[in-house]
Design a protein around this ligand. Structure first.
Ligand SMILES: *Cc1c(COP(=O)(O)O)cnc(C)c1O
Length: 449
């Protein structure tokens, strides 16, 4: 039998561009949410690739007569559960299993022919996917991680959620998933939190949180390796353990030269599933050897990038005697632009550069630094503190780094943390749980379903 010829778009005589990815991202925006092309910088930096790379203020004509439907949270339909799930007791094995989700989830489907369909809030439950679904084969998947906090003032809060929604767009763009207006995603996140927050984060659990996982997958039922024609956005809320209280501090194992997490021109800056699966072999080894996380190094000079799925900071005294807070820069696009990282830097810049309550003034530095510099600072007694920062681990003090056969100890001047780490963490905690009223805290009104 003769195979039917594969439909191929006739080649357009065009000079190949040297910016295939940037162009592809622009085309993707144009074809899926052209309104974004009219936006000026969506945020300061998080959507770098959109603002600097793709948006040039001009729309490309894509030749379609009717624009595709954009994601629209106001079209949400609701179906509430008739078999409510039970909330695990705090500290129970169930609560720390990261497998218990709340009563509801939100879904929205996208198709290349229609655009975004009306989103729905519905009972939490399994997805239905064909075995040929693109995400199951080609890692066309990305996600976000944020938290819903039950404040000490009784209010539910998100922390700078617009940054997560912008970053989700950056991630979907990177892997050819459809674009959407980030503020519509935020409205959907808020709706789910408002629906399940009252029951799953009761007022008597002030200081606790739920983990929010917005996810997008390509769901095309076809094995062709190509831009997805169908996608599914979903949002779930999960009961998640607290991970920042390791009494002895985190022990990190610096990655060996047989393993790289991300590389220039790659996708380390996007929260795409493809960054995480392949890191689990090394992470499993590290855990088995008694380390909490891998400290990912890059290149022959052992550049320090990130710790596990958290950004990494050191506080050291320079040879000239100044105290510095140092973290890897975003420019190389090999690390994730963490919301926690950004917040640590902004708080430190506004509150620590002139010193604060018994803390010596510090300089805040985003620059490439190497493990050899860290080792040198440890040897010379100039290292003061180190910590990992991210939504899941919050601010987790680091007490030890194993690097090339040597164990490097990092001081913990306050017992369970260093002084600067402790202060920054307290500030963030205050904003997240409402002890400090701050514009970064985004209050969600519970609906108590
Ligand atoms: C999610 C993540 C972080 C932390 O980002 P936050 O926005 O602070 O949660 C850091 N590094 C990697 C690789 C991540 O996946």
């Amino acid at each position: 039998m003769k195979m039917a010829p594969i439909a191929v778009t006739p080649p357009v005589e065009q000079e190949p561009t040297d910016k295939l990815t940037v162009n592809g991202i622009e085309q993707g925006l144009n074809q899926t949410t052209p309104s974004l092309l009219d936006l000026q910088p969506i945020s300061n930096g998080l959507s770098d690739i959109i603002t600097k790379g793709a948006i040039n203020g001009t729309k490309i004509s894509n030749g379609t007569a009717t624009p595709l439907a954009e994601l629209d949270a106001s079209l949400l339909t609701t179906t509430y559960t008739t078999s409510p799930r039970s909330v695990p007791a705090q500290g129970s094995p169930e609560a720390s299993s990261s497998s218990v989700c709340t009563d509801h989830m939100i879904q929205a489907k996208w198709t290349a022919s229609h655009g975004w369909h009306a989103p729905s809030l519905q009972p939490y439950g399994p997805l239905s996917l064909m075995p040929t679904a693109s995400c199951l084969h080609y890692a066309t998947e990305c996600f976000e991680g944020m938290k819903l906090y039950r404040g000490f003032d009784g209010k539910l809060r998100l922390f700078r959620p617009e940054l997560n929604c912008n970053r989700m767009l950056l991630s979907t763009n990177r892997i050819a998933l459809p674009a959407f207006a980030p503020q519509e995603l935020l409205k959907l996140v808020v709706k789910l939190c408002a629906t399940d927050g009252a029951k799953w984060l009761p007022r008597d659990r002030a200081g606790s949180f739920l983990y929010i996982r917005p996810t997008m997958i390509a769901s095309d039922a076809a094995l062709g390796v190509q831009r997805p024609k169908e996608a599914l956005l979903f949002i779930i809320l999960t009961v998640f353990p607290k991970m920042d209280d390791i009494p002895t501090g985190m022990r990190l194992l610096a990655s060996k030269d047989d393993m790289v997490r991300a590389w220039p021109g790659g996708f380390g800056y996007a929260k795409v599933g493809a960054n995480y699966g392949p890191s689990l072999v090394a992470q499993g080894e590290a855990r088995g050897m008694g380390y909490n996380q891998i400290l990912w190094l890059f290149g022959e000079d052992c550049t320090v990038t990130e710790a596990g799925a958290s950004n990494f900071f050191v506080v050291w005294r320079t040879e000239e005697g100044k105290v510095q807070l140092v973290t890897a820069p975003l420019g190389d696009r090999i690390i994730l632009d963490g919301v926690t990282r950004r917040s640590v830097l902004e708080l430190a810049r506004s509150r620590l550069t002139a010193g604060n309550e018994g803390l010596e003034a510090i300089e805040i530095v985003e620059r490439k630094f190497t493990m050899l510099e860290v080792e040198e600072a440890v040897k010379q007694g100039r290292i003061m503190e180190a910590f990992a920062a991210g939504t899941a681990f919050f601010v987790a003090p680091v007490s030890h780094i194993h690097f090339r056969g040597k164990g490097l100890d990092i001081p913990m001047s306050e017992g369970v943390s260093g002084k600067y780490t402790k202060t920054i963490k307290e500030w963030l905690r205050g904003i997240m749980w409402g002890n400090e009223q701050h514009e970064w805290g985004y209050v969600v009104e519970d609906e108590g379903k």
